[in-house]
Every structure is written in structure tokens, then in C-alpha cells.
Design a protein around this ligand. Structure first.
Ligand SMILES: [Zn+2]
Length: 243
């Protein structure tokens, strides 16, 4: 676990990040890894001297299975509320699914690393069916939660994808709108996800405009390490590398 800024922690699931915001004894969880990452998320919370019950609310950047694991588990076990962008609520409920499935990866099975990655995420529960009844928040307004995150609508990767800005410590949690590494990418550093993961096509590029406008020098992505540079510079790099 890495404290990327005061009281902002990045913990690792299976090739995916979980972010914990701390305010005294209370926590906010942003994303929850795969279903198989629940124990890792709980362990990260306990290493901060806290219990899952100390999480006041859980935020979803988007309702893909690799971000929902501990969020759904803790919601079911402890009744902790889940919040996401109003557009993403129906996706979290699984009224529809905007996610790549195994079939989408068949054409790339011959590529280096793809099969081991598929086996690894299958073990982590990538094929499980999860859904959760989330509440919707108002984008652009600080949430009354530990860390006071401000949701930033970055629709594109999914129809209701959201990032979270922490104006105090100057951090942005970008979810899958911008990542810094992925097992299916040879690149290191700020980039978009390989296109197979994106639902929104060109909207993923538009979403970068929302990120570039933020005042933040620490970028915590959904996949890959945190990077310490102005988010506008990270966005520039991702744009230059985009397909
Ligand atoms: Zn995703």
C-alpha cells in the first residue's frame, strides 16, 4: 500500500487499484478490485488500523467487475452505501452491461501475455455476475464524506464513468479514463486503455478534457502506478499516444 498524498492511499488488487481516503477514524473507499480481491482490500483497511465497518461510503468510478468486488461484498455484509454517477447507477444494477467479455479477447489470444492475464483475472472472479443498488451523486460538488472527493463526470469508458478530484491534496483518481499501465499494453506511463475495454469510443478522448482542467499534481489511475505530475501533462501524454 502506498500513501500517495497525506491520507490518500493506493492499495492493489489483481492488476487494479483501490483508493482509500482517511479522515481521522473514518474512511471512504473508491473502487473495490475483483471479487477475489475482497481480502486484499480488507487487509489494506486493517493495516490502517481500521475495519471495513469504518468505511462511511464506497464510490464507484464505473461498474466494471474489476472495480466492484469489495464494494459489493462490503455493501452486502455491512450495508455500507455505494455511490456513483447518476448515469452509472443502472449499469451497477446490471440493467445493461458495457463490458468486454471473453469472446472479445479471442482475436488477441496469440499476443504475449494475454492468456496468462485472462487466467489470472478468471481466478480473481472476472466472470462472476455482480450487481449493486447504488445511489447517484451530483457531479461537480464535494461529497460530504472522508476526503471530501469531488466527482468529475468523465463519461466515455462507460456511459457514466466518473473520476474523483481531491482539491486539498491536489490528487485526481482517474479510474479507467486514464491509466498508467495495463497487462495488455506495452506502454508505461499515462495512456488510454486498449480500445477493447472502452464502450464509448471517441468519448474517452473527450473525457480527458475534464481531467486536464483539474488542479492536481498526483494522478492515481484505475490500473498502474500513481504518477506525480500535473494532470494536464499526464493527459497530454495519453493523448499523444492514443491510437
Ligand atoms: Zn473499466
Amino acid at each position: 500500500m502506498e500513501e500517495v498524498a497525506p491520507n490518500v492511499f493506493r492499495a492493489s488488487g489483481t492488476d487494479v487499484n483501490v483508493v482509500i481516503l482517511r479522515d481521522g477514524g473514518a474512511l471512504t473507499l473508491i473502487d473495490g478490485g475483483y471479487p477475489g480481491d475482497v481480502a486484499a482490500v480488507e487487509d489494506a483497511i486493517r493495516r490502517l488500523g481500521r475495519r471495513p465497518q469504518d468505511v462511511e461510503a464506497m464510490l464507484l468510478t464505473h461498474a466494471h467487475i474489476d472495480h466492484m468486488g469489495a464494494v459489493v461484498a462490503f455493501h452486502e455484509q455491512y450495508g455500507i452505501p455505494v455511490l456513483t454517477d447518476p448515469v452509472e447507477v443502472a449499469h451497477a444494477r446490471r440493467d445493461y452491461l458495457e463490458q468486454a467479455t471473453g469472446r472479445d479477447f479471442v482475436p488477441m489470444l496469440h499476443k504475449h501475455g494475454v492468456l496468462p492475464w485472462l487466467l489470472r483475472i478468471a481466478r480473481a472472479g472476472a466472470t462472476r455476475q455482480l450487481s449493486v443498488e447504488a445511489g447517484g451523486f451530483a457531479p461537480g460538488e464535494a461529497l460530504d464524506l472522508p476526503g471530501a472527493p469531488v466527482p468529475v463526470a468523465t463519461h466515455g469508458h462507460t456511459s457514466g464513468h466518473t473520476a474523483f478530484h481531491l482539491p486539498g491534496p491536489g490528487v485526481v483518481v482517474t479510474g479507467d479514463a486514464l491509466v498508467t499501465a495495463h497487462p495488455l499494453s506495452k506502454l508505461r506511463g499515462p495512456q488510454l486503455l486498449p480500445q477493447v475495454f472502452d464502450h464509448g469510443g471517441h468519448h474517452t478522448l473527450t473525457a480527458l478534457d475534464q481531467l486536464a482542467a483539474l488542479d492536481a499534481d498526483t494522478v492515481v489511475p484505475g490500473h498502474g502506478p500513481a504518477v506525480f505530475m500535473p494532470v494536464a501533462a499526464a493527459v497530454d501524454q495519453a493523448r499523444r499516444r492514443a491510437r
